[in-house]
Design a binder for this molecule. Sequence first.
Ligand code: 5RP
Length: 218
Amino acid sequence: MSREQQKKLAAEKALEFVEDGTVVGVGTGSTVAYFIEALGRIKGRIEGAVSSSERSTHQLEQVGIPVFDLNAVGPLKLYVDGADECDPWNRLIKGGGGALTREKIIAQASERFVCIIDEAKQVEVLGEFPLPIEVIPMARSLVARTIADLGGQPIWREGLVTDNGNWILDVHGWRIADPVALESRLNQIPGVVTVGLFAARPADEVIIGDTLRPIRRA
Ligand code: 5RP
């Protein structure tokens, strides 16, 4: 099965987690684009969505789903999003599409985080995909130097400005054995807005193609 077919099937399966009458948290990316399409078909059953990016907001509005401010709707039952990498404990690298900050906020505000991926995103150890870090523009060099001291190779994603007006550094060359510890360490660097490691708050469920994948326990 192609990667696109797997993404589409995963997005369709995620509909099973949507409860009637709720506001659904919606991520960003090509896999989520399939989810928004699917959500559009059942839009009469939900109240609306909270969106993680201007791109997803635009698509949600196009299919006729009302988009709410997170502050107006409070905690959410469900957040559905893709990922760039996923380890056996459902810890993720996200931010390939540059929407990591709002994605992390909505994941944290949601009771259940369902991650939809194709099988190529599965890894034993995170880090082959460069780790995105959103930074305040004036802190770019400071953060990059600190990351280099920690053994990473940061590359500025030049030309990209996030929905929050910030910049992204993509960190190459890290084999992330302890993602919870690294997420916490990187969060201490002044100027870091969001680290694209979703480890302290991993996904609750991971769907690959049409299959709900069991989480590794030990
Ligand atoms: C955007 C993300 C996406 O979820 C991630 O990049 C996966 O995207 P795609 O579904 O297009 O492969 O984190 O910031």
